[in-house]
Design a protein around this ligand. Structure first.
Ligand SMILES: Cc1ncc(COP(=O)(O)O)c(C=O)c1O
Length: 398
């Protein structure tokens, strides 16, 4: 059968990221490629207890169809957590989704027509690029520095693309760079986009996982017109497998979002929602987050120290205050897709920078994940990576 796929489906067979991740599953390879939270701290026992109680007390309701916007009690708990982060909201402003990934897809579905201009950080989360491309977005990358999106670059992009419809940002511990935008930039960004009637999609899956520095307000905190859509999820500070995220937005957006969510999957898994709600009611989530932060801090510090000691001259890395990633920059002469192949021979893997760019790629870049390997494994992995880098840079500079 020859399928006549829609224009949303990529027309070529290239799956650069898929083949990278495939190469990294060899058990001999230490993979610093994925974006997995550490399972060492999954609260398995507590979630089992919550699940048992849900089956015992609410089994028939939890296993029934639910509301498209989500389980009311969980929406209230999410609204309370969100208020603590500095966003005024109630349960009515919250829609539970099947992870942030679905939130991005729903926002794309609601706002992006083929040919619409969407501004994104350069580089940014590669799956968002795929989602936006599938809706036909014209992607425009905005330059960053060590403190996230640069406001002069944003202003220039807005002047050049006055028709821009949406801006996508990850202000905390950005994927892939680990960078964080300071409050002043967030406020300025919000002001500039509100003045031009452009929507901001603020993606904040990592915000709670801060292990140094000071919490910054979400961009939505500065929102006075309703143009910021805020989203987060339980993936990075509880577990990703239950697939639960949420959107907090203006009532006018929520009103259109709920029927679109309903036409996508009716609602997110009801049982997961009941279990997480009960878990949150019975456990101190902040205490749990503190444990995650302490573990990731140690792992990030180990990785940075190893890189500082062993990486060849000219190789630098970001210095994140939270999240799960380091962004490494080698000289631009280093093609990191070729370096990746060399690293696989040394039994270590990362994600090359190219797929994170909406357009022109800055060469020499790649992403390392530090959350999902213990310190001993990180040391071995960085040893292997630096050996490969040293060899690669010697041969390519000849
Ligand atoms: C920036 C960003 N947004 C969204 C997601 C998807 O997360 P979720 O598990 O909530 O769908 C990820 C996952 O790595 C991410 O890094």
């Amino acid at each position: 059968m020859k399928f006549n796929f829609s224009k949303r489906v990529p027309q070529n067979d290239d799956d650069a990221v898929g083949s990278i991740l495939k190469a990294a599953v060899d058990p001999k390879v230490i993979s610093l490629a994925g974006g997995l939270p550490s399972p060492d701290l999954f609260p398995v026992k507590e979630l089992k207890k919550a699940a048992d109680e849900v089956f015992d007390n609410d089994g028939k309701t939890a296993l029934q169809y639910g509301m498209a916007a989500g389980y009311e009690k969980l929406r209230e708990q999410v609204a309370e957590m969100t208020r603590k982060r500095g966003i005024e909201c109630s349960a009515d402003d919250v829609v539970i989704t099947t992870g942030t990934e679905q939130s991005i897809d729903l926002v794309g579905k609601l706002l992006v027509n083929p040919g619409d201009t969407v501004l994104v950080e350069k580089p940014t989360y590669l799956c968002t690029l795929d989602v936006l491309r599938s809706y036909g977005a014209k992607l425009v990358g905005v330059d960053m520095d060590e403190h996230g999106m640069r406001m002069d670059a944003l202003k220039k992009a807005l002047d050049e693309h006055p028709d821009a419809k949406l801006l996508y940002t990850i202000p905390n511990f950005q994927n892939p760079t680990g960078r964080t935008m300071p409050n002043a930039r967030r406020e300025e960004m919000e002001k500039m986009l509100a003045e031009r009637n452009i929507v901001i999609l603020e993606d904040d899956p990592y915000g709670k996982v801060r292990y140094s520095g000071k919490d910054q307000y979400p961009v939505k905190h500065f929102d006075h017109t309703g143009n910021v859509i805020y989203q987060s999820s339980f993936s990075k500070f509880l577990v990703p497998g239950l697939r639960l995220g949420w959107i907090v937005a203006d009532p006018a957006f929520i009103k259109r979002l709920v029927p679109m969510k309903q036409s996508t999957d009716l609602h997110s898994d009801n049982l997961s929602q009941y279990v997480v709600s009960r878990y949150l009611a019975e456990n101190d989530i902040q205490k749990h987050v503190d444990q995650i932060c302490a573990l990731y801090k140690k792992r990030a510090e180990t990785m940075m120290k190893e890189l500082d000691e062993k990486a060849p001259k000219g190789v630098t890395h970001s210095n994140p205050e939270g999240g799960m990633f380091l962004w490494v920059k080698a000289p631009e002469s280093v093609n990191t897709v070729d370096l990746f192949k060399e690293c696989i021979k040394h039994h270590v893997a990362f994600v090359p920078g190219a797929p994170f760019y909406p357009g022109k790629v800055t060469q020499g870049t790649f992403r390392l994940n530090f959350s999902n390997a213990d310190s001993k494994t990180i040391k071995i992995a960085i040893d292997r990576l630096c050996d490969a880098l040293n060899e690669f840079m010697k041969t390519t500079s000849k």
